[in-house]
Write a protein that binds this ligand. Structure first.
Ligand SMILES: *Cc1c(COP(=O)(O)O)cnc(C)c1O
Length: 437
């Protein structure tokens, strides 16, 4: 009886005490030699440099080979305070609208206090920064979601936060800037006059619109030159994807509860943190032969790192301050056309994701730069399910709808799961511009 009830539920909700107690580290399940970060042949050691500006706990996790990393009790409390565990919804209304035989589920990371999944790693990093006696944290942000998440998490720990924000986005998102500032964040448009890197670029071109790679270089330089500051990263690195695994671990419990298994899991991908967090616990089981599931990353033609990049060693930033990481990359100084889903505009995909792609476990698709079909998909979702996704999350919705329509054409019953990485309440101007209303 209880099982039948559970099966009929369209919102799968975990109790606060069902929050997973450990993060998952996929490295323990990766076959072969997972490529480690290396130094370039010339110039100073980037590995040493990074070890000076990053948090010790994060560095340890970056190289850890343990499958499970326990989540400190205070971080578990912060997760609950931020509304975790988050629900998994059955998109019953979307299924009916599409007349698809597929079953569609979505994970609600849009319920985050600052608007995205980025709080999952921000809360952990700010906690470690406080533990390590830091006065503040510095970082970069593209769409603004990571900057907001870190400003929020720092504020809860009583820490300062300094954020270098890609200028092209900074200029058109005054509301998000206000939110960062309300959390006590100090926000600079990047390139800025605050750093050497920024000043050099502005000397050549005072109207430079910036890039995530440049903002990373500025955030690093700030932490290097200001005692008591640690540099925090919001995506790409192993420790970030480890923290984000909380998304997939909850999702796995939720599917177990309704005795269902996803056939395909979909997420949008910029650097790979929400996609990785969502799929990696499942991908680990696929690699070990314990599960079958496809994984599909949805990206933009503006930054099709997985879809069109090369698998090789590359820097994580414009100024070549980071070590070389083996990733699918478009090149660390490549120009990417501006899009509204700015969070997807990064030149490379996380080493974990790139390695799994290289092994043939991950598929990807890239949507045109005009973003028309992506915003149309988001509009459908808003109108039938009722929730407003971030422009980035709209890519996952587009891919999930395409998958569901393919099921309809082939009359295939499939279980589709996608992640809504964030909400779009501070992105309504983008909706207006793209959908012309
Ligand atoms: C940052 C962000 C992304 C893209 O970054 P990933 O590291 O690839 O997840 C996607 N969606 C939202 C809402 C974001 O804030």
């Amino acid at each position: 009886m209880q099982e039948a009830l559970a099966k009929a539920r369209d919102q799968i909700i975990l109790d606060p005490d069902e929050l997973p107690g450990s993060w998952y580290n996929v490295i323990a399940d990766l076959p072969g030699e997972f490529p480690r970060p290396i130094d370039p042949e010339e110039g100073p050691s980037r590995l040493e440099y990074l070890s000076k500006v990053l948090l010790k706990h994060c560095l340890q996790q970056e190289i850890s080979t343990e499958r499970w990393i326990s989540i400190p009790a205070p971080v578990q409390d912060l997760y609950r305070q931020a509304g975790r565990p988050r629900p998994l919804y059955r998109a019953r209304r979307l299924e009916r609208f599409l007349r698809t035989p597929a079953k569609i589920y979505y994970k609600r990371e849009d319920l985050s206090p600052t608007g995205s999944h980025k709080v999952n790693t921000a809360l952990a990093q700010a906690y470690y920064a406080a533990e390590e006696g830091c006065a503040g944290v510095s970082t970069e942000t593209g769409a603004g979601q990571w900057g907001t998440a870190l400003a929020y998490a720092a504020s809860l720990q009583g820490l300062k936060s300094v954020i270098f924000w890609v200028r092209s986005v900074y200029d058109w998102k005054p509301d998000r800037r206000a939110l960062m500032q309300l959390y006590g964040g100090k926000v600079f448009a990047s390139p800025s006059y605050e750093t050497l890197v920024g000043r050099k670029i502005l000397e050549k071109n005072p109207n430079h619109v910036g890039s995530l790679g440049i903002a990373v270089s500025e955030g690093l330089e700030y932490a290097e030159k200001n005692p008591g500051y640690a540099y925090c990263l919001g995506s790409v690195l192993n420790h970030v994807l480890i923290h984000q695994s909380i998304i997939g671990l909850e999702t796995m419990k939720q599917f177990d509860q309704i005795d269902e298994k996803p056939d395909v899991m979909i997420g949008c991908l910029g650097g790979g943190s929400n996609f990785g967090g969502f799929i990696l616990p499942f991908a680990g089981e696929v690699v070990r032969g314990k599960r079958e599931c496809r994984f599909l990353a949805a990206q933009s033609e503006s930054a099709p790192n997985l879809s069109r990049g090369e698998y090789r060693c590359d820097y994580g930033d414009h100024a070549e301050k980071t070590p070389l990481l083996k990733m699918y990359t478009l090149g660390h100084q490549s120009d990417m056309a501006p899009i509204k889903a700015d969070g997807l505009r990064y030149h490379a995909a996380a080493p974990f994701i790139s390695y799994l792609k290289h092994l043939g476990h991950i598929e990807s698709t890239a949507y045109p730069q005009d973003e028309q079909e992506v915003f149309e998909a988001a509009k459908t979702f808003v109108q039938v399910e009722g929730f407003l996704p971030a422009p980035e999350s709209a890519y996952a919705i587009r891919a999930a709808i395409d998958e569901a329509l393919e099921c309809k054409r082939k009359n295939r019953t499939e279980v589709i799961a996608f992640n809504i990485s964030g909400h779009g309440f501070l992105d309504l101007a983008a909706y207006q511009e793209k959908l012309k209303f």
